[in-house]
Write a new protein. Structure first.
Length: 189
């Protein structure tokens, strides 16, 4: 993995998203490559930050033990990992309703990159758990990025973009919520 490219992409998505999403739309990267080069570093950083945050800032750490902490971190990694592959499949099925051709690669790319603020919020809330509620507001920037990326990456026309974004924001939230509930029940957390 090229750290310089990763940081440049991160910075461009956050600061100049329109230009960056047009660049991304011209790339022909497979979902696995996008996951490994862009999403995986965030997940690794989250795991490290959450572990350190629980040890440093959570007095309950010594009462529950490292196993419980690692289990909760693994659960969140699984929620993100499953969601990031499931959501594009569902969005892909909705594309014909918006007069757009199905393309799993593009829908995966859309989700992987537009969730950037969510990844950042997860890392920060993992590192400083007491401020989680504050950091989660950073994640709302993903909605703006999604709005911008939809026309650049999947080519949803302006007159259909509002309803497409609205439907998919609700879909994304529901999918992550359901995955979290199901996995939480399986792992009893």
């Amino acid at each position: 993995m090229n750290i310089g490219k990763f940081i440049k992409r991160l910075k461009c998505i956050l600061i100049e998203p329109q230009r960056e999403f047009i660049r991304i739309s011209h790339e022909q990267k497979k979902p696995v490559k996008v996951f490994v080069e862009y999403v995986l570093p965030f997940l690794i950083l989250y795991a490290i930050a959450a572990y350190l945050g629980k040890i440093v800032f959570s007095p309950a750490t010594f009462n529950v033990g490292t196993g419980i902490i690692l289990k909760s971190i693994l659960l969140m990694l699984m929620v993100i990992g499953i969601g990031i592959y499931l959501i594009p499949l569902l969005i892909n099925e909705l594309l014909p309703l918006f007069n757009t051709k199905k393309d799993n690669g593009k829908t995966f790319t859309l989700i992987a990159y537009t969730l950037t603020p969510v990844y950042i919020a997860l890392i920060l809330s993992g590192l400083i758990p007491n401020l989680s509620a504050v950091f989660y507001f950073i994640g709302f920037y993903s909605i703006i990025l999604f709005w911008i990326a939809v026309s650049a990456i999947i080519n949803i026309k302006m007159e259909r973009r509002q309803i497409f974004v609205f439907v998919n924001i609700i879909l994304i939230a529901l999918v992550f919520f359901i995955i979290r509930i199901v996995l939480g029940a399986i792992f009893s957390l």
